[in-house]
Design a binder for this molecule. Sequence first.
Ligand code: PLP
Length: 376
Amino acid sequence: MNIRLFKPSLGEEELQAVKESFGRSWIGLGPNVTEFEEAWEKFIGCKEAIALNSATAALHLALSVFKFPEGKKVLVPSLTFAATATAILYNRLIPVFVDADPVTLGINLQDLEKKYDKDCVAVIPVHYAGHPVPMDNLILWAKAKGLKVIEDCAHTTGGVYKDKILGTWGDVSCYSFEEKKLMTTGDGGMICSNDPDLLKEVRAMRWVGIDKDNWKTAQAYTHANKDAMHWFYEISVLGYKYNMNDLAAGIGLAQLKKLNKMNSRRSSIIRQYMNGLNGIEGIKLLLPFEPESYCYQMFGIRSIRRDELMIYLKNQGIATGCHYTPLSMQPLFKEWGNNCPFVEKEHNSFITLPLHADLTDEEIQYIIYHINKFNK
Ligand SMILES: *Cc1c(COP(=O)(O)O)cnc(C)c1O
């Protein structure tokens, strides 16, 4: 056995999309990107979605659009991927790490209140593993404090909390299509908002400051406006090289069509895990998974003999991981870190188990069998 922790689920449809781009000989920023953005707006139900080359880029730009003065503070969970917090540093802002909720492992609302001060300008909740942060409470609190809310939706795609899709609660939301996520474009991301005015400079910011549709220009080159200065453009914002390309967007369009199916397979896998692991001495579920209600990018357990169990599973050909070492403990963040006592201790019990749409029932039973055997 050699069971991967994460694996993208790819097929003929994705290959076909790539071939179509090859057929057009247009593989950069082009019509697929526009089509993917429109499909995503419809899927999430937001007014504006702009496709980028990663969620890291999306988080960077999400904070940039508010033009916060240098040195202001942003509240961020300690238990998240590095990019959630590096986006704060890219913007010359200060990260304030918030501890995890002991049950859901999402941002801890009591600690959030404790860590807040007058210099805070924004909060970045992460729907950890895909489990929703209680956004109704968080938004109420943030609005009362005058904070902007940026949702890091890298672990969710269309999960619904209290009748509202995750990623439409905050001011801006960021999705990831990196290959380990719920759907993939290889690498890719999306920045979304219901306030198009807020994102008005993002199209320019993703392409070194130039807001121009090269595909349309190329199509119309010899047609309209014979005397127009087609080469003219103006750079008025500081931009980056953050655009998605047509190869990625084509794959994304194909993946989006399969997303419901892939998500229900993930849910059924989690249900099998929950049934199979129920009652095993020495382990607990990582968080109160509700696979029939939400889509999850990760599944895991907490174990008192974490390291031994991980090594045992490795020897059975089962890949595991730990998501994450809290950022407040990382050397890069040392000057703002080490103040999230619960998660800084508790993460030593976390084990992420294999979860991807192509995992077979046999493989799941094999994993459950070995966790059982280890704990006997
Ligand atoms: C993966 C991930 C990101 C970054 O996504 P990329 O598309 O790889 O840049 C950000 N936040 C969280 C919580 C993630 O898991």
